[in-house]
Write a protein that binds this ligand. Structure first.
Ligand code: ADP
Ligand code: AMP
Length: 219
């Protein structure tokens, strides 16, 4: 089977992480979430983590050179040979160009870009109620997808937390930054014939089925 390099596109709160966690099991592909890698670095207090924090706390993007170098390092690992599910990367045209060039080095290219479309006001509601497992990273929503026991992960019983950058001010800034810097990628990939539009305001299961279909149909 040809490797599949899938770029999950959508605003902050669109459901990329929620879907990537399920898809990676089904498709047997690693999820590369640049946000998760930055948060891991933050937790381990690396230099990269300290640098990223100054941007993440404000809802701004970490500079392209830093982000691209980190992705280059990650996709060079053997588990990426059959493909990758990118979640939260690329976020600028420069990152998208860099991704194309990186994949070309491996004789590969982006296979499909499912765009999970969710309106701005819904994005904000999604972010406002998001709770994440401290252990496995599984995402819940206080209203739309609550855990069985409040504050506890259904999968492993670990504690749930709200992300530090999920304050109302930062959420709004992240959404603005998305529309200014990331949304232009929708046309970028549409022009390359790679975009697959998905209605992201359906149930999590319905979005999942639509995504699977879009990915299966891609060459
Ligand atoms: P992203 O990774 O795109 O920022 P997440 O996957 O973290 O988004 O989802 C944001 C929040 O929205 C989470 O609380 C998640 O439980 C919730 N969510 C995700 N998909 C849906 C959906 N289809 N309907 C309702 N809530 C959703
Ligand atoms: P996320 O987990 O995708 O919501 O990302 C959280 C934060 O990490 C963002 O608000 C940015 O500060 C930073 N970040 C994640 N991915 C990128 C990226 N591709 N480019 C720049 N900054 C990023």
């Amino acid at each position: 089977m040809d490797p599949k390099f899938v770029v999950l596109m959508g605003g902050p709160g669109a459901g990329k992480g929620t879907q990537a966690k399920r898809l990676q099991v089904e498709l047997q592909l690693p999820q590369i979430s640049t946000g998760d890698i930055f948060r891991e670095n933050l937790k381990n207090e690396t230099e990269l983590g300290k640098l990223a924090k100054t941007y993440m706390d404000k809802g701004e993007l970490v500079p392209d050179e830093v982000t691209v170098a980190m992705v280059r390092d990650r996709i060079s690992r053997p588990d990426c040979a059959n493909g990758v599910l990118f979640d939260g990367f690329p976020r600028t045209i420069a990152q998208a160009d860099a991704l194309g060039a990186l994949l070309a080095e491996f004789g590969a290219q982006v296979t499909v870009v499912p765009y999970i479309h969710v309106a701005g006001d819904v994005l904000l509601q999604r972010l406002a109620g998001r709770w994440t497992c401290t252990q496995c990273g599984h995402m819940y929503h206080i209203l739309f997808n609550p855990p069985q026991t409040p504050g506890v992960c259904d999968l492993d019983g670990a504690r749930l937390y709200q992300r530090e950058d999920d304050t109302e001010e930062t959420q709004r800034r992240r959404i603005d930054v998305y529309f200014a810097q990331t949304a232009p990628l929708i046309d970028y990939y549409r022009q390359k014939g790679l975009l697959a539009e998905i209605d992201g305001e359906q149930s999590i299961d319905a979005v999942y089925e639509a995504l699977k279909q879009a990915i299966d149909q891609a060459a």
